[in-house]
Design a protein around this ligand. Sequence first.
Ligand SMILES: [Fe+2]
Length: 162
Amino acid sequence: MHKVITSMVEYFGCDVRRINHALKVYGLASTICRCENLCEQDIEVTEIAAVLHDIGILVSEKKYGSCIGKYQELEGPAIAHAILDKLRTKPDTIARVCYLIGNHHTYTKIDGIDFQILVEADFLVNIYEDEMDEKMVKSIKEKYFKTNTGLQLLDSMFVLIS
Ligand SMILES: [Fe+2]
């Protein structure tokens, strides 16, 4: 994992805000994976995807002048693929990580516990970073949170009235 993290840091350069975002999502994703007793393979995929999930953001900004989710999803997998290939990551791990990165804002495509946990961890970080209001947090909780650990973390970090 340390090599994926150093590669991500190197790629983002002095964009410390994005580096911090990726590290926070990684920390929470890793915690949820372990509390939910995932197998080693699923933990590896989820952790790598968490570190690299927004890796397409710089190219999106350059190419389209926008960092909206759709463009990130489009550009992220190729960059992640190149990074992971260089680190000699197993092909099936790379394929799944690239699928998660390529769809991480498309919640209708959630098709596994790794994807679910990535989405929950990203929300836990974005709720704070984007200063979402209570109504929004409640709606996100109802629509997108499923794991016991994700729900516990959300309730603990963001105290909701009623
Ligand atoms: Fe994110």
